[in-house]
Each structure stands twice: as structure tokens, then as C-alpha cells.
Ligand binder design. Structure first.
Ligand code: AFP
Length: 328
């Protein structure tokens, strides 16, 4: 089986970018070890702190963030970092050529229940026109990503990654500490009968989202004329991995709970990397009105609605929304 390094080299990925990817991967192996040890490593439970998003930080959020930060700050090609757990940009090497954005531990509410969690990452080229420690470095569209991926800490530890030549999956061989290629050139099925959405938010959705999900639930007796099943992991890494593996549609729509913050998922380190992985596997990723990768970011921790997965199902959903576009 091919390992990650040999695949990156055969794709002719630049040596300094490989160095950055390997650094993220080394941090993720450390995180995977602590996740596996669970209560034995004393990493479960919450801290007394909140992150900039107002969310209570779990111990493992903080540990994972610190591991990634420490290793990436010591990696010469890295110019700056952005993390879900950091208020602002973290400056690294002024001579570095790359920016790394990450959600160190996605799905934090699953930590204490031994559920799926993961690390999501996204890599951009640093801009010459902007100081290396400026937030403006990260105001790049998702199309500019040179690498995106996630490490899923599940029953096995999996890496999904793209550097532009398709989306691949590697499994961590913990006996060797090496990620081995286990799914090449992933192609998401165009059609699906599976959807993922947090139904408890339904009273906050707009009418068109109600109508779309309502029609899925009607199954073969409704206009879609086929039966749908629902899954929800409460961790985007788990839901997106299922979509990559067997198709499906994942939705975190905008809602009217909070006018200032109509969406939940973060563009920079959740929506954009997942959108690139999904598109490079033949799927689609939209934010209700536009393709996620085409959004021009305005802020580091900006949030966007997310609709991604099997291409034909995403189109069907957008058809409902385009009938009466509503932006909260
Ligand atoms: P964290 O980044 O705080 O761990 O939140 C996870 C997440 O952003 C995303 O992974 C899930 O899809 C979503 O939240 C789950 O949210 P709810 O189930 O609470 O609606």
C-alpha cells in the first residue's frame, strides 16, 4: 500500500507544502493517541474558558489546538495560522510561504461520549501584498486552497485529503505510525436517499428549507417519490466522511435565531476545506445562494450556511431555495 508521502511526491506536490502537510499530520497523530487514551490520558471534560465564538472549550480542544500551534510555529514554510480556538491570526515565520487554518477538534460535544471527532485543515499560499501577520492574509476564496483535509478520529483514524488531484483517503496504521492509501480518487454518488440535518432547528428555518426537508420526509408518497433516511453525527467530519463514502446531502442552513449570526459553520476552517474535498470528489458544495469556494471572506471567523454532497441532490435542494431566495 502507498503511504501519504509517496502519494504526495508522485503528485509532484512542492517539497515545502509537503513539509506543512506532514506537520499537520504529525500533530494529528499526537491528537489521535490522546483521543484513544480517553479518560486514561485525563483529556476529557470542559475547561473554565470560552473561545471567541462563545463556546465552552473542552480540554481536548485546547490540547489539540496547542499541539497544532506548537508544531506549525516550528515549521519554517508557515507564515501564519488561524484556528477556531484563537481570537486572531497567529504570526509564524515572516519568510514562510503558506497559511494554515484549522478547527483543531471538530465535534467537541462528542468527546465525552466516545463519538466521532476530527481535525479539519486548510492551506493557502501566503500573499506577498499583505503583512504576514495580518488577518487579511486569510481573506482568500476557497478556490485558492492548495490543500484541504480532515483527520477523523473514529474506530480507525482516517485522513481525507486533496491537493487538487482528486480526493483520497488514508488510514493510520498505528503499528507503523503511517497513513496508508485506502481509497483513491473518491467519487461521490450523484444521487442519494440519505440526508443529514439537525432537525431540532427546523422551527428556525425559512419556508423553502421546510418545504425541501418536508418533501424528503414524505418519501415515496411525496413529490420526490423515493424513501429517504436521516443521519446526524453532530460532528461535520463524521457527516462529511459518510457523504464521501456512500453519498448523501449534509445541510447546516441559515436560520432566524440570531439576526447577526444567521449561520453556524465557519467558512475558513470548516466550510471551505470540506467544500474542496467534496468538489474534488465530484460532489457539490453551496451556501444557499452561491458556491462555497467562490465566497469572498470578510472576517476570520465568518460563518456560512452549508449544503453539500451528492451533486443531483444538492441541485434539487437549491431548486427549492432559488424559488424564493431568503437571506436572513
Ligand atoms: P464544534 O466545532 O464546536 O465542535 O462544533 C461542531 C459543529 O460545528 C459541526 O461539526 C457540526 O456539524 C455541528 O457543529 C453540530 O451542531 P449541532 O448538532 O449542535 O447543531
Amino acid at each position: 500500500m502507498k503511504n501519504l508521502l509517496s502519494v504526495l511526491r508522485s503528485d509532484e506536490v512542492a517539497a515545502d507544502l509537503i513539509q506543512v502537510i506532514e506537520t499537520v499530520i504529525n500533530a494529528s497523530k499526537e491528537i489521535a493517541f490522546r483521543v484513544r487514551q480517553g479518560a486514561l490520558a485525563g483529556v476529557l471534560g470542559s475547561t473554565q474558558d470560552e473561545n471567541i465564538q462563545g463556546e465552552t472549550q473542552k480540554q481536548l480542544d485546547v490540547i489539540s489546538n496547542q499541539l497544532l500551534k506548537d508544531l506549525l510555529l516550528a515549521c519554517a514554510p508557515v507564515a501564519a495560522l488561524a484556528s477556531e480556538e484563537e481570537d486572531s491570526v497567529v504570526a509564524a515565520n515572516p519568510e514562510g510561504q503558506y497559511l494554515v487554518a484549522f478547527d483543531p477538534l471538530d465535534g467537541s460535544s462528542n468527546i465525552d461520549i466516545n463519538g466521532q471527532i476530527g481535525t479539519i485543515f486548510s492551506i493557502y499560499r501566503a500573499l506577498d501584498s499583505v503583512p504576514h501577520n495580518s488577518e487579511l492574509q486569510f481573506n482568500q476564496q476557497g478556490t485558492q486552497q492548495v490543500c484541504a483535509g480532515y483527520v477523523l478520529y473514529g474506530p480507525s483514524t482516517l485522513l481525507a485529503i486533496t491537493t487538487g488531484k482528486g480526493t483520497r483517503c488514508f488510514t493510520l496504521d498505528s503499528t507503523q505510525g503511517t497513513f496508508l492509501l485506502t481509497a483513491d480518487n473518491i467519487q461521490i454518488t450523484k444521487d442519494t436517499q440519505e440526508f443529514a440535518i439537525n432537525m431540532s432547528n427546523s422551527r428556525f428555518w425559512n419556508d423553502d428549507m421546510h418545504c425541501y426537508i418536508g418533501d424528503l420526509i414524505l418519501g415515496e408518497t411525496g413529490p420526490r417519490q423515493k424513501r429517504y433516511n436521516m443521519r446526524w453525527n453532530a460532528a461535520m467530519v463524521g457527516d462529511v466522511h459518510r457523504v464521501l463514502t456512500r453519498g448523501g446531502i449534509f445541510l447546516y442552513p441559515s436560520d432566524k435565531r440570531n439576526a447577526k449570526q444567521p449561520a453556524k459553520l465557519r467558512l475558513l476552517y470548516e466550510a471551505n476545506p470540506m467544500a474542496l474535498l467534496i468538489e474534488n470528489a465530484g460532489g457539490k458544495a453551496f451556501s444557499e445562494q452561491q458556491r462555497i469556494l467562490a465566497i469572498q471572506p470578510k472576517q476570520l471567523h465568518e460563518r456560512v450556511a452549508v449544503i453539500l454532497g451528492s451533486a443531483n441532490e444538492v441541485d434539487e435542494c437549491l431548486g427549492y431555495l432559488q424559488a424564493h431566495p431568503t437571506a436572513y
